[in-house]
Write a protein that binds this ligand. Structure first.
Ligand code: PNS
Length: 160
């Protein structure tokens, strides 16, 4: 049993992220799901508070998952929450290229190790950017995101 920290921007959270949380829960037992935001530079579709609310709703039935919003370096948050490892999901070799550099940088700075978890192939093509783009044009993304996110996207783009 270990505690792992999963950082990301999650704007918005999608089923690929949920799969990684579920895999990490299964592998390690305790997950801190962290929305990492630069509060000095607000941007994105959902506000930090909205992203947190959507994650809390999505993971409400999972024992062992806590959700929080954090600022600053992922390594500092990982230390603050007492994480043994960071976990990152990988969809592709392109993800690996970026993530392995971050993992080495983070380990060299703080000693924390990053564990890569391959995503469920069913979600290998899903990205928050495409979810935002398709939803903004009224496209159906309900099969790719948790129900609370689907509702929030509909509300957001119908002026609700
Ligand atoms: O969901 P994303 O946008 O791919 O998440 C990227 C994130 C937030 C995990 C990454 O940018 C990050 O760790 N940001 C915090 C700042 C930090 O620690 N930077 C140093 C990285 S080596």
């Amino acid at each position: 049993m270990a505690k792992v920290f999963i950082p990301g921007s999650f704007d918005p959270l999608h089923n690929g992220h949920v799969d990684i949380v579920d895999q990490a829960l299964d592998l390690f037992g305790e997950v801190v799901f962290g929305v990492l935001v630069n509060f000095a530079k607000p941007s994105g579709l959902f506000t930090p508070d909205e992203r947190i609310e959507l994650a809390v709703d999505t993971f409400a039935d999972r024992t062992g998952v806590t959700v929080g919003a954090f600022e600053g370096l992922a390594i500092d948050v990982a230390a603050t929450v007492g994480a043994d490892f960071m976990v990152k999901g990988l969809r592709s070799a392109a993800d690996y290229d970026i993530e392995q550099q971050m993992a080495h940088m983070n380990r060299s700075s703080s000693g924390i190790r990053t564990v890569f978890v391959p995503c469920n192939p069913a979600y290998s093509f899903v990205s928050s950017r495409f979810i935002r783009e398709i939803a903004s044009h009224g496209g159906d993304i309900s099969h790719l995101v948790p129900a609370p996110v689907s509702t929030a996207l509909t509300d957001k783009f119908s002026g609700g």
